[in-house]
Design a protein around this ligand. Structure first.
Ligand SMILES: Nc1ncnc2c1ncn2[C@@H]1O[C@H](COP(=O)(O)OP(=O)(O)O)[C@@H](O)[C@H]1O
Ligand SMILES: [Mg+2]
Length: 152
């Protein structure tokens, strides 16, 4: 089962993130996939705002992992684009069970290190409208299926 959502502005993508956040649970993992500038970080910002994280979310491209602990639940925000090969050193998998929420940008670059149960969200631009994003959401695992049924 996969769900398709089309957004026509940054705000609509933020709204989608907020809806998903409303069904959050401990150890949730969200995998974001899509080219540069498609909305992965915007989605994460919307999610963080809904979590009431007060610090600004910045792209963790050079840090790989950023932890935000001032919200309702810890948020582990990763961008694995520049990881090439160093994935073992980071202990990414430890974050999946740290009782927070993990959001991974460019998750498709580390297929062997993703948990079996996760929410996958793919972002695509379209040629005709520069603000249009086709967002395909695929739940893997019962909890994620229920989340999708509840909010999509
Ligand atoms: N529907 C939309 N959803 C998300 N972002 C959008 C949308 N339309 C335009 N944008 C713009 O696209 C850019 C997405 O940037 P960003 O989230 O940093 O991309 P990524 O993290 O995928 O590289 C932002 O400048 C945002 O304003
Ligand atoms: Mg980004």
């Amino acid at each position: 089962m996969e769900y398709k959502v089309i957004t026509y502005s940054e705000e609509e993508t933020i709204e989608l993130a907020q809806n998903i956040e409303s069904e959050k649970f401990s150890n949730m993992v969200i995998c974001l996939i899509g080219d540069l500038g498609t909305g992965k970080t915007i989605f994460t910002k919307g999610f963080a705002k809904a979590l009431e994280i007060d610090s600004e979310i910045t792209s963790p491209t050079f840090n790989i992992i950023k932890e935000y602990t001032t919200g309702e639940m810890p948020l582990y925000h990763m961008d694995v684009y520049r990881l090439d090969g160093k994935v073992e050193d980071l202990g990414i998998e430890e974050y999946y069970t740290k009782k927070g929420i993990t959001i991974i940008e460019w998750a498709d670059m580390i297929p062997d290190y993703l948990p079996e149960k996760r929410l996958e969200i793919k972002f695509k631009t379209s040629g005709d409208d520069e603000n249009k994003r086709t967002i395909t959401i695929t739940p893997y695992g019962k909890k994620y299926e229920e989340l999708c049924e509840a909010v999509l």
